[in-house]
Ligand binder design. Structure first.
Ligand SMILES: [Zn+2]
Length: 503
């Protein structure tokens, strides 16, 4: 029997020599990995080389570094409130906001270098250990976006280019970006449907959500039918799709062999009037389902989950997702920021149902963060449901540590991992947080000590559970396998080189 096995192995090695070599490389890399698991520098070095698949939870404006915003603000000669660090497009806008002595940025300023340092620390987590960044709380973190916003709006192409370029340099082959929401609100709704419509419909919708008297579904149906029959809404959707296509094409990384494949999630901003949220979600679903759409692959909902309106209308928002999932003829994928909360940030009862609602009411295909899972009512059966329905959780370690103070065993990664819920490692807002995807893997290993094969599985998850179209996904997975084979072969050479150093 044993001799038969040896003959079989010998035959395989003759017929498929590449496969045998690849497996041998994989084993050597795994052995090396076990030795460096607690060494931060060696892990950083290893992960810079390793293919990382996709970064599928990242926000465009939060992923761009503050240095870029400063450069754009100086080029555009924007005005700044030096006290708060907030940019304004014009002097008039600053004066209107009651800024005392606004300052116009320009390349010829004497103290440009000091100014730059100060603003980078107001706009991102730069150098906090040396008393640099003043972003100390969840509120500071989200406010930072508002400070540099004036430098972002007209430069989406440049911002997107930065993300694509960084992905190419960092061996990230796929990006799924939350780039921009449909800008629909009171002005557009009143223009399309008559003055006063927004306020009236918003009042009716808000009441239906808060009264919980069973009328919400009827109100959503009436709005849906009205919007669906509107040529203006259809035109708005087409323009939104067209605009996304144009910034995607114009931001492509030219002449770069590792340029990432890029798709986008459209989204609603949750801390807003319920009608505005529903209109943004409606356009988002319509855009994803439209025959002319090629870049949007999913819908999300963003902004602080503890915001006043976010909390008040949370159940309503989840009902909107569930409703639109049902009404939209095409299967539109959704990833929902849910449970990005912790004890002390909100009233304890708020922690009990957000992930549950995202899973059961909104029928989310992926969960973003999910860090308050331990505080959910019936959390064990909820975790089982995530596993049963194969709903992955997107893990953002630096983000959760910075915004919510969760790290090591105050983060639920081990609970999800032990249960076998599919997990994905992502960055969230790499620019404001001043991190990258490689560092997220380093943190993961330092904190939770996974082995190399576990890491490979997580990387693969980032493509398997992405919303990339079927054909693109198949190709991405094929390339990922090739990339891992090449990486492992290269890393075996690197191990030999490092051994010569005598380490
Ligand atoms: Zn996020």
């Amino acid at each position: 029997m044993k001799s038969l096995f040896i003959i079989a192995v010998w035959m395989i090695s003759i017929l498929f020599p590449k496969l045998v070599y690849a497996q041998a490389d994989s084993v050597k890399v795994s052995e090396y990995f076990n030795k460096i698991k607690s060494n931060e520098t060696s892990l950083n070095q290893f992960f810079m080389y390793m293919p990382k698949g996709g970064d599928i939870h990242n926000h465009l404006t939060g992923s761009v570094y503050a240095e870029t915003y400063f450069k754009l603000a100086v080029e555009d000669k924007l005005w700044i409130d030096m006290h708060s660090g907030k940019l304004y497009p014009t002097r008039n806008a600053a004066v209107k906001a009651e800024v005392i002595n606004p300052l116009q940025l320009s390349a010829s300023m004497n103290n440009l270098s000091n100014l730059r340092r100060k603003l980078l620390e107001l706009w991102s987590m730069r150098n906090p250990q040396a008393g640099g960044s003043v972003l100390k709380t969840s509120g500071d973190f989200f406010n930072a976006f508002d400070l540099f916003l004036a430098a972002a709006g007209s430069h989406l192409v440049e911002l997107l280019h930065e993300l694509k370029y960084r992905a190419a340099c960092e061996n990230v082959q796929y990006l799924e970006i939350m780039a921009m929401s449909p800008r629909i609100g009171p002005v557009e709704i009143d223009r399309f449907f008559g003055n006063g419509t927004y306020d009236k419909d918003n009042r009716i919708l808000g009441k239906a959500i808060l009264s919980n008297d069973g009328t919400l579904s009827d109100v959503l149906t009436i709005l849906y039918k009205k919007w669906h029959a509107s040529g203006e809404m259809r035109k708005f959707t087409k323009q939104y799709i067209h605009y996304m296509d144009s910034i995607d094409v114009n931001s492509n990384v030219a002449d770069m062999p590792n340029a990432p494949v890029c798709y986008y999630q459209t989204y609603a901003v949750r801390n807003a009037d319920p009608l505005k949220v529903f209109a943004q979600l409606y356009i988002s679903f319509e855009a994803c389902a439209d025959a002319s759409n090629t870049r949007f692959v999913g819908v999300n909902i963003i902004s602080p989950e503890d915001g006043e309106q976010s909390i008040r209308f949370y159940r309503g928002h989840m009902a909107m997702f569930g409703f639109l999932k049902k009404m939209t003829p095409k299967d539109v994928k959704t990833s929902i920021h849910a449970g990005e909360l912790t004890i002390g940030l909100v009233k304890p009862e708020e922690l009990g149902f957000h992930i549950h609602e995202a899973v059961y009411t909104a029928m989310a295909d992926r969960i973003g963060h999910g860090v308050d899972i331990a505080f959910e009512k019936e959390s064990v059966s909820l975790i089982n449901e995530l596993k049963r329905r194969n709903i992955p959780v997107e893990i953002n370690l630096t983000s959760n540590e910075t915004v919510l103070g969760l790290r090591e065993d105050s983060h639920p990664f081990p609970i999800y991992y032990r249960a076998g819920v599919p997990l994905i490692i992502s960055t969230d807002d790499a620019g404001v947080l001043r991190t990258n995807l490689s560092e997220q893997y380093t943190l993961l290993i330092l904190r939770y000590g996974l082995n190399y094969y576990d890491v490979k599985k997580l990387v693969r998850n980032s493509i398997v559970y992405s919303f990339a179209p079927k054909k693109a996904k198949k190709e991405l997975l094929r390339k990922l396998n090739t990339k891992f084979r090449q990486f492992e072969s290269k890393w075996v050479d690197n191990i030999a080189t490092m051994r010569e150093w005598g380490g």
